[in-house]
Design a protein around this ligand. Structure first.
Ligand SMILES: Cc1cc2nc3c(=O)[nH]c(=O)nc-3n(C[C@H](O)[C@H](O)[C@H](O)COP(=O)(O)OP(=O)(O)OC[C@H]3O[C@@H](n4cnc5c(N)ncnc54)[C@H](O)[C@@H]3O)c2cc1C
Length: 392
């Protein structure tokens, strides 16, 4: 074990939510850090839909980053509203957030990322820098291999580079595998004027229509933007024989899978704007752990990619803040990693098991039955003012 120099050299691979909050908390405590991000600019890619940030995980991280009040100012507590329909568009359940309920307010992912980016010292993120690999060195250091074949040595390299992490192989042989469920994403703009039917279905938050191994999910983002996730259990090659860039061909294939669903729900497949984005679900094995390697660790999806059960971004934020605190609070990187991984790894295993159970319950391997949504899995369980089901 090596003594950590007074000012450790720290690199983070990946400027997602987890990597950015880690960098922010380190900087708040005077620890220098560089973030290497493969995308060329902050605007290179749409950052995706809306996230609910939980009081006991994501919000804890944002408080540690000194950004909780700004987050709450940008968030949408009304977005906690939840509706469940069956495939006949019968409303089975409808929960709304009570007044002042901040247990899991929604925020557009892009807004949260911008909040974190703007909180960093200018120049912290090196855009257009793809990390190729990391190799542990003697004396607890780690060598970062840049895309252009240059190398740089650090006291700590943090893999915050998501599902297909290039840092992970320094710690584990695990590879993500297909979870048997695919989400196809599309969107609607200006729903309240252009798509009143979609606006009615989604209300102010999220709706899910479910039957057997299929569901249709809508999530309201800010400014009348709604994301749709057409989700089904099926083979990875459900799109065999069609070109995913051919919107009409994808639409026809999807419509053939949702025969018998109410016309108002089929509008989600028929009236969307832009094309369809294929998002097969990949997961890491559970449990995914490793023997500690000096100078290298992982956080977020790089450490524990799991089905999207509403916790992945929250855990990435919490991991990032806790890792940074561990570095600040311990005299050596070795001790910091011991403290961080001994809490993060078991927590990740517990959450991944729950997410797997949710996926199996919500997306059974059968087409029989309508909207089964076990109460224990009701995602808005924390909402106050839960209302009895209405129909119609
Ligand atoms: C459709 C969908 C909906 C979801 N909804 C929710 C939700 O409501 N709530 C929730 O909590 N979670 C949700 N999740 C999960 C959540 O998105 C992830 O768990 C979360 O983004 C993980 O954050 P991260 O920082 O670990 O990784 P990421 O957000 O994946 O960030 C990784 C970063 O690393 C960069 N990178 C990758 N490779 C390299 C490299 N080699 N070199 C340099 N940079 C690299 C990437 O460009 C990216 O910027 C959802 C996921 C999906 C797919």
């Amino acid at each position: 074990m090596s003594p950590t120099p007074r000012t450790p050299r720290i690199a983070i691979a990946g400027a997602g939510l987890g990597g950015l909050v880690c960098a922010r908390v380190l900087q708040l405590h005077g620890v220098p850090v560089t973030v290497f991000e493969r995308e060329a600019t902050p605007e290179s890619r749409s950052q995706g839909g809306t996230l609910d940030i939980h009081q006991d995980t994501g919000q804890v991280a944002l408080r540690a980053a000194g950004l909780l009040d700004q987050f709450l100012g940008l968030s949408r507590p009304d977005g906690q509203e939840w509706r469940l329909y069956d495939r006949h568009a019968t409303l089975l359940r409808h929960d709304r957030a009570g007044k002042g309920d901040l247990s899991r307010p929604e925020i557009d992912r892009g807004r949260l990322r911008t909040l974190l980016l703007d909180s960093l010292t200018p120049g912290t993120v090196r855009w257009g820098h793809c990390v190729r690999a990391v190799t542990p060195l003697p004396h607890g250091m780690a060598r970062l291999h840049h895309h252009d074949r240059a190398v740089e040595d650090f006291d700590l390299v943090v893999g915050a580079d998501g599902a297909w992490s290039r840092v992970r192989p320094a710690l584990s042989d695990a590879q993500p595998s297909y979870a048997g469920v695919t989400m196809v994403e599309t969107h609607f703009d200006d729903v309240d004027h252009r798509h009143p039917g979609i606006a009615r279905l989604v209300g102010g938050g999220t709706m899910s229509a479910k039957a057997g191994r299929r569901s249709l999910v809508l999530q309201r983002n800010s400014n009348g933007h709604v994301r749709a996730y057409i989700t089904f259990r099926g083979p990875h090659d459900w799109d065999a024989g069609i070109d995913l860039a051919d919107t009409e061909a994808v639409r026809a294939r999807l419509l053939s899978q949702y025969q018998g669903w109410d016309e108002s729900l089929l509008d989600i497949l028929r009236d969307n704007e832009g094309g369809f984005i294929n998002r097969p679900m990949f997961v890491l094995p559970v449990p995914h752990t490793w023997q500690r390697v000096p100078g290298v660790t992982l956080l977020g999806d790089a450490a524990h990619l799991m089905p999207p059960a509403g916790v992945g971004a929250n855990l990435a934020l919490l991991d990032g803040a806790e890792l940074a605190r561990a570095v600040v609070d311990h005299p050596t990187i070795d001790e910091a990693l011991e403290a961080y991984e001994s809490v993060m790894l078991p927590r990740a295993v517990d959450n991944a098991r729950t997410a797997q159970r949710m996926l199996t319950a919500l997306m059974p391997d059968t087409d029989s039955g309508d909207a089964a949504f076990p109460d224990a899995l009701w995602p808005a369980g924390a909402l106050s003012d839960a209302r009895p089901a209405h129909t119609g």
